[in-house]
Design a binder for this molecule. Structure first.
Ligand code: SAH
Length: 357
């Protein structure tokens, strides 16, 4: 029988397993605590469980562990970037960043991505598979173990589209925030989406209290469809309506991501259009100079253009920040490390077919 991933199980699922195994339900709490508070790597470390039961767990389940395939430490700041190898040999990126308010971890949600954003390195080699909830959690535990530092906040902004892996991401959020485990407040978590409207509506219903980031990157449908194919399915009017519904339901401010690309979306006129689009919304705009990707010819907007763009938004009362670049010397933008490794090692990085539907 194939072993199942125990770190992907909710507390209730563990309790149900204990019941069928004929052990008292408090054992579920013990296992959950070992996995998500003490973060053990093997069943033999769960010393308050009967030995026979530990064997039974070992026969039926595994605790997800990741191998560090590559680790890059920035010489400019304390950013650390990992290329983690998943149990089946696929690789994803995880980035650890230190801020004055605490340590933040950017995790991947899929191996590759289907969304096809033109400026993004994650999408170039296509989509391979979704990550499981246990693999999402393992990126946190392995990083904490390796650095002996705690992760205080999480951003789902690595490789992949989190809302295209909806079920596993929601399962991950439930396990992560369960007070019987790690008990992380989801106020410390941001989820970034390219704008899957029906999933944004579903997420609003879950009432997680997380911060929703929406990758906007253009103020009109023509430009957005050109750089983000998802816009052809969910145009701006539908996306912004969903964002308004999200705020109405959750009372949370939306954070819009806008990567400035020289000559594509960085004119003052674009800033005016963006201000009109966001008028009256409870939101914040995060401006990012686009990170050039080898396969594409997009260039960063210069500092003057960035400042002029920001000034227009501020004139209209829209709160705006310019994202600080961390780990610039270690290819910290999403998908770039995996991409460079995939190019170098061709079929070695993943033993699954490149495209799985
Ligand atoms: N799929 C999700 C999350 C992953 S990408 C999303 O689209 O939001 C995280 C953020 O990085 C997104 O805002 C994405 O648009 C942005 N991004 C991707 N490639 C980039 C690049 N080359 N330069 C700047 N930002 C980039």
């Amino acid at each position: 029988m194939e072993k199942r991933e125990i770190t992907a199980m909710t507390y209730d699922e563990l309790a149900a397993f204990c019941k069928t195994a004929g052990v008292p339900s408090f054992r579920a709490g013990q296992i959950f605590g070992w996995l998500h508070q003490k973060k053990v790597g093997s069943f033999s470390e769960m010393t308050n469980l009967p030995a026979q039961f530990r064997d039974k767990l070992n026969d039926n389940y595994y605790i997800t562990s990741l191998k560090i395939r590559k680790k890059l430490v920035s010489a400019l700041d304390d950013t650390v970037k990992y290329l983690y190898e998943l149990p089946d040999g696929c690789c994803v990126e995880t980035v650890f960043m230190r801020y004055h308010h605490g340590n933040s971890l950017c995790i991947s949600t899929q191996v590759g991505c289907k969304m096809g954003c033109r400026f993004c390195a994650s999408t170039i080699a296509g989509f391979v598979r979704n990550l499981s909830a246990g693999e999402l959690l393992a990126q946190i535990t392995e990083t904490e173990r390796d650095l002996s530092l705690p992760v205080d906040s999480i951003v789902l902004m690595g490789i992949g589209e989190p809302l295209d892996n909806y079920d596993e991401v929601v399962r991950f959020l439930r396990i992560l925030s369960d007070p019987r485990g790690r008990g992380m407040s989801l106020r410390h978590l941001s989820l970034s989406t390219c704008g899957l409207v029906d999933r944004i509506d579903r997420l609003a219903e879950e009432a997680f209290g997380l911060t929703l980031s929406v990758s906007l990157h253009a103020p009109d449908d023509e430009t957005r469809s050109e750089i983000m194919p998802v816009n052809r399915r969910y145009p701006l009017s539908e996306l912004l309506a969903a964002c308004r519904r999200y705020t109405e339901k959750t009372h949370r401010r939306i954070s819009f991501e806008y990567a400035l690309i020289d000559g594509v979306n960085d004119d003052k006129k674009d800033a005016e259009k963006l201000a009109a689009l966001l008028h009256g919304m409870l939101c914040h705009v995060n401006l990012i100079p686009v990170n050039p990707v080898a396969e594409r010819d997009y260039k960063k907007s210069n500092r003057e253009k960035l400042a002029a763009f920001q000034a227009v938004l501020q004139k209209h009362g829209i709160e705006t920040t310019i994202r600080r670049t961390l780990g610039a010397d270690i290819n910290a933008a999403c998908g770039q490390l995996r991409r460079s490794e995939t190019v170098k090692e061709a079929n070695v990085t993943c033993n699954l077919p490149e495209k799985v539907t």
